[in-house]
Write a protein that binds this ligand. Structure first.
Ligand code: NDP
Length: 318
């Protein structure tokens, strides 16, 4: 079976490509720059890559640039989307590639009769920012939708980009009557396959690279391998539908530091919170839908350990 993965060089997509090759799929994978070894070497070295991986150049903002990549593929995994926070121009850097890019990829999917199912990598960012309080007894689930107005007020531009992109994708597939599922992971951690540092792994690295304080934030956390598996389960399971939130556990950064301290007692870790306010509360995220796919969740502790070990191996430590 032929499938396409957009943004194949990324943290999540690299694991997705690895597992797809392992399962015998033939993978057409888009990268922005096929001549940059940092973006391609780790993919070309995967088992099965020589025989069944084809890297092709495409940019989310170039209209039609995914046409020849999705053509001939039964499944399209659309993972490409910028994820970083230090932006100068949110519209150009985050919102356009997320929103226009998603519609660009979906537009390519309807130009060919080969595509049967699309798996969209959305985010818990498109779920949780709806203005409802998040406290320990609250269970966030797939019925929640982030509110673009709240994202704008809070200047959460990445959150806005993912919310607008997923919303536009659902409207598009409804009109064109194509099958799509969305995967909505929280902060993704675990071992990096790619040689560059991605934003969510950086959240862990910052804590061990000499930060004086930890952020006063509570995030859901999920292992990258679980996220990649969920994409494939959602593709292969004919009855999969709608959105799938992926959170193993919500934890405040103080809790992440505590886990790190237990695992690495000799490391210098931040002792204080970045502000004096009460800790941002934790909340729950429903696992029911994800479990219905057959997904098993790797414990947060294991994900933190895997992240640190790989960051150490790849010399990211100061
Ligand atoms: P990475 O930064 O590792 O990967 C992002 C990918 O998007 C890269 O392959 C990048 O290509 C590609 N990309 C960005 N802009 C463009 C563009 N204009 N044209 C083509 N490709 C582009 O991040 P992750 O693996 O973490 O993220 C992958 C997906 O998962 C994203 O959709 C993200 O929103 C989502 N996600 C991530 C979470 C996390 O915690 N990591 C949580 C929830 C959702 P290039 O390599 O060329 O830069």
């Amino acid at each position: 079976i032929n499938v396409c993965v957009t943004g194949a060089s990324g943290f999540i997509a690299s694991w997705l490509v690895k597992f797809l090759l392992q399962k015998g799929y033939t993978v057409k994978a888009s990268v922005r720059d096929p001549n940059d070894p940092k973006k391609t070497e780790h993919l070309l070295a995967l088992d099965g890559a020589k025989e069944r991986l084809c890297l092709m150049k495409a940019n989310l903002l170039d209209e039609g640039s995914f046409d020849s990549i999705v053509d001939g593929c039964e499944g399209v995994f659309h993972t490409a989307s910028p994820f970083y926070h230090a932006v100068k121009d949110p519209q150009a850097e985050l919102i356009d590639p997320a929103l226009k890019g998603t519609l660009n990829v979906l537009g390519s999917c309807v130009k060919t009769s080969s595509v049967k199912k699309i798996v969209l990598t959305s985010s818990i960012a498109a779920v949780a920012y709806c203005g409802k309080p998040r406290t320990p007894e609250v269970i966030v689930d797939e019925t929640w939708w982030s509110d673009p107005e709240i994202c704008k007020q809070m200047q959460l531009w990445y959150v806005l980009s993912k919310t607008l992109a997923e919303d536009a994708a659902w409207k598009f597939v409804k009109e064109k009557d194509i099958d799509m599922v969305a995967i909505n992971p929280a902060m993704v951690i675990g071992p990096l396959l790619q040689p560059t540092l991605n934003t969510s792994a950086a959240a862990i690295l910052n804590l061990i690279n000499g930060a004086e304080t930890y952020p006063n934030s509570s995030f859901g956390w999920i292992n990258v391998k679980d996220v990649a598996h969920a994409h494939i389960l959602a593709f292969e399971n004919a009855s999969a539908s709608g959105r799938y939130c992926l959170v193993e556990r919500v934890a405040h950064f103080s809790e992440v530091v505590k886990i790190l301290r237990g695992l690495y007692p000799t490391y210098k870790l931040p002792e204080k919170c970045a502000d004096d306010k009460p800790f941002v509360p934790i909340y729950q995220v429903s696992k029911e839908k994800a479990k219905s796919l057959g997904l098993e969740f790797t414990p947060l502790e294991e994900g933190i350990k895997e992240t640190v070990e790989r960051l150490k191996e790849k010399n990211f430590f100061k």
